[in-house]
Design a protein around this ligand. Structure first.
Ligand SMILES: Cc1cc2nc3c(=O)[nH]c(=O)nc-3n(C[C@H](O)[C@H](O)[C@H](O)COP(=O)(O)O)c2cc1C
Length: 353
């Protein structure tokens, strides 16, 4: 029996299998709007058999975008174009999920294919914000330090975006607390040197994450699964954010209503060294799963069916997120499952397995 193709029930959502599309920015929106690119990009992965398809990092405010071309949910106008996508994913028997994000000190950059880097204000850029005036790297902009009113507004932005996500037809909400973006910046002592209730000790640095999780849970009600993506470690050789911090935070997030920790790593320390190899982050998922009574997702260089099965059977994760492999092969799940009946009806008669 395949574990990868076993359904999983999380709150009111029955997800048909555990092969999930990891969020991937495509920098293809104008004014945060979803369009036909996103419909075909995400729709084809839903048609290809993924149990859950996650919309890319979606900004809760215009300043929370990584680039001017990021997806957004900061106004009601964003809802209708999103519905076209969630309807298609749902009608393809997959679960539409969305990652809500604020880029913090990493905001206002150019698209990767235009060379990345900071984007000038005259070309549509803006001043990034962060817990403290600490840039990500020597080349990064020095962010403005958020005051407590601005932090309250960001909490509201996450709550409002989560309500719009539900109105848009998303069935799962993921909070982006990873990769050196705003919430991760608050978590880590290397990017947070505040002296108010959002900085200093562990409880204070995690206050923003916990508040957002609790308020989003209150806003969306009990039926909707909420995930949180963490950089379980940031690979800082010293007093940074590490696996033990993530274990402790995961316990708190569970009590705030989070159902699953999506276990990623890194991207808050510009000198990080990661040994990249298949499943390089699986141990992080395993550590959280062993220590906390919460579901986890594993991600990172998982490309083979047998590897995915092994991770699930070893109880190292409850689901497998894949990013680049799903770019290469949108039909990865259908090909891995080898079950003619899982293919779209329109294709079944013509498929030889
Ligand atoms: C093109 C691209 C865009 C990405 N955008 C996001 C994103 O929006 N949010 C996020 O949390 N991770 C993002 N990631 C990271 C992936 O979700 C994933 O964690 C990472 O690529 C490792 O998985 P993989 O080895 O299966 O690609 C992105 C990765 C790629 C390749």
């Amino acid at each position: 029996m395949s574990k990868l193709f076993e359904p999983i029930q999380i709150r009111d959502e029955n997800i048909k299998n555990r092969s999930w599309v990891s969020p991937m920015c495509t920098y293809s929106s104008e004014d945060g709007m979803a369009n036909d690119w996103h419909l075909v990009h995400l729709g084809s992965r839903a048609m290809g058999g993924a149990g859950l398809v996650m919309m890319e990092a979606t900004a809760v405010s215009p300043e929370g975008r990584i680039s001017p071309w990021d997806m957004g949910l900061w106004k009601d106008d964003h809802i209708i174009p999103m519905r076209k996508i969630t309807n298609f994913i749902t009608n393809s028997d997959s679960t539409p999920a969305i990652q809500l994000a604020h880029a913090g000190r990493k905001a206002s950059t150019n698209r990767p294919w235009s060379g990345g880097g900071n984007i000038d204000i005259t070309l549509g850029g803006w001043e990034p914000v962060a817990p403290s005036k600490i840039p990500f790297s020597e080349k990064s902009l020095i962010p403005n330090e958020l005051n407590s009113n601005e932090i309250s507004n960001i909490i509201d932005d996450f709550v409002n975006a989560s309500q719009r996500a539900i109105e848009s037809g998303f069935k799962v909400i993921e909070l982006h607390f990873a990769h050196g973006y705003l919430i991760h910046e608050f978590l880590s002592p290397i990017s947070n040197s505040r002296e108010d209730s959002y900085g200093g000790n562990f409880d204070n640095r995690t206050l923003l994450a916990k508040t957002i999780a609790r308020k989003v849970r209150d806003a969306v009600g009990d039926d909707v699964p909420i995930f949180a993506r963490l950089s379980v470690t940031e690979y800082f050789p010293g007093n940074g954010w590490d696996t033990n911090s993530s274990i402790k935070l995961s316990e708190s997030l569970k009590s705030c209503g989070v159902d699953l920790i999506d276990c990623s790593s890194g991207a808050n320390y510009s000198e990080q060294k990661i040994e990249l190899k298949p499943g390089y982050q699986v141990g992080l998922s395993e550590a959280i799963k062993n220590q906390v009574d919460i579901l986890t997702g594993a991600v990172g260089l998982i490309t083979e069916y047998e590897h995915a099965e092994e991770i699930l059977n070893n109880n190292q994760a409850d689901a497998i997120f894949m990013a680049r492999e799903y770019l290469r092969n949108p039909y990865w799940a259908l090909n891995a499952e080898q079950n003619k009946n899982s293919w779209p009806l329109q294709y079944q008669r013509s498929i030889n397995l």
